[in-house]
Design a protein around this ligand. Structure first.
Ligand code: ZN
Length: 366
């Protein structure tokens, strides 16, 4: 898996060590898309292995020219119209790269691949100075990662490589788009939840009411007053009995290392005060959590924060409501739950956990 790391500024704006990619955080979102494609293309097109193979066959390679040839190959095969347009926008930060619209003008049309392009560039080397690969601005170590020894596959079919690269980048672009959309929607839903001003009492009241369902049950314990076949020895029908379904409320108290136990004390006390008002209307279960879920209060904070375990217990408990007292520890993506989750943030305004599980957050001013 390729890891994307951030760099700052525009010099360079992108580079790769052929394992991970480095992209300037100062580029615009559209530019980053092109740069991501560019850096990944170097990896998928096996440019490092091809460099090694070329070096093995022809001896020492001029890195600056080789990197330029790599970028020309990417311009010829990988960029689409949209990428070219981003580079042509006024004040574009990526206009310095090589594209179809600014290829070295003597470049013969029949040259398609990095190796043959490199060979040609050597013949016009005194004229190549005005062309630079993106990576050329990374002056300290041009072709970072080219020194590492790699196995050279003699049978690399460049044409197949290019086809595969285009397919892979296409798949990744679709996945990226989906992820962005999902994150945007999550952000929107979360903003909507946040806009509602409420206290813990009013919020719990609303949740308890919503889940305090009346259940109708047919039973002989209460016989029907109506008899089938009249009143003489007919069949007695079941009566209807109304029972209440008491909502189950799970309370989770963070006891991870980052968590300040004194700070939670006030929150737990407040929460207890509020829950007392509902004591006849709910069933309550209290848990503590750090790396795992604990039934007893360890009294001190230690270890990591296993939000996934909290999420899974909520999902599997059949509880209608869950209240989580936690801080702003990082939280991975979590699958949503049908349970109503309320988060009480401690020492912060909002928590990653609430955002990921789409919970309503309420600060303690009961
Ligand atoms: Zn490049």
């Amino acid at each position: 898996m390729i890891i994307e790391k951030q760099i700052s500024g525009f010099n360079p704006i992108v580079f790769t060590d052929y394992v991970n990619i480095y992209i300037s955080k100062d580029a615009t979102a559209r530019e980053k898309k092109v740069l991501r494609k560019h850096a990944k293309a170097h990896i998928y097109l096996n440019h490092r292995i091809r460099y090694k193979a070329y070096e093995r066959e022809f001896g020492k390679v001029d890195r600056k020219t080789w990197c330029l040839a790599e970028d020309i190959e990417i311009a010829l095969h990988i960029y689409n119209k949209e990428d070219e347009e981003v580079a042509l926008l006024p004040r574009s930060n990526i206009s310095g790269g090589i594209y179809k619209h600014n290829l070295p003008k003597d470049l013969p049309k029949e040259l398609k691949y990095c190796e043959e392009i490199y060979k040609f560039l050597l013949t016009i080397i005194e004229n190549t100075s005005k062309y630079e690969s993106f990576e050329a601005s990374y002056k300290t170590d041009l072709g970072l990662g080219l020194d590492i020894d790699v196995d050279v596959d003699e049978d690399l079919d460049v044409e197949v490589l290019i086809k595969k690269t285009i397919e892979e980048l296409g798949r990744e672009a679709v996945a990226e788009e989906k992820k962005n959309k999902r994150e945007k929607n999550e952000e929107k839903s979360f903003e909507k939840l946040k806009r509602r001003k409420q206290t813990l009492t009013s919020l719990l009241e609303r949740k308890v009411k919503k889940n305090y369902a009346l259940k109708r049950k047919n039973t002989y314990l209460r016989q029907s007053r109506r008899c089938e076949g009249g009143n003489e020895g007919g069949i007695i029908k079941k009566g209807v009995r109304i029972t209440r379904k008491i909502p189950k409320v799970l309370v989770f108290v963070d006891r991870s290392g980052s968590f300040c136990t004194e700070k939670t004390e006030e929150a737990t006390k407040n929460l207890d005060g509020v829950l007392k008002k509902f004591r006849l209307a709910i069933k309550k279960e209290v848990y503590f959590f750090n790396n795992k879920i604990l039934e007893e209060d360890p009294l001190v904070g230690a270890g990591g924060t296993n939000y996934k375990a909290v999420r899974n217990l909520i999902a599997n408990s059949g509880a209608e409501i869950a209240v989580v007292i936690t801080d702003d520890d990082m939280c991975e993506d979590l699958e949503k739950v049908t349970t109503d989750v309320i988060v009480i943030p401690i020492g912060c305004n909002e928590t990653f956990f609430a955002k990921k599980i789409l919970a309503e957050e309420v600060r303690l001013s009961i």
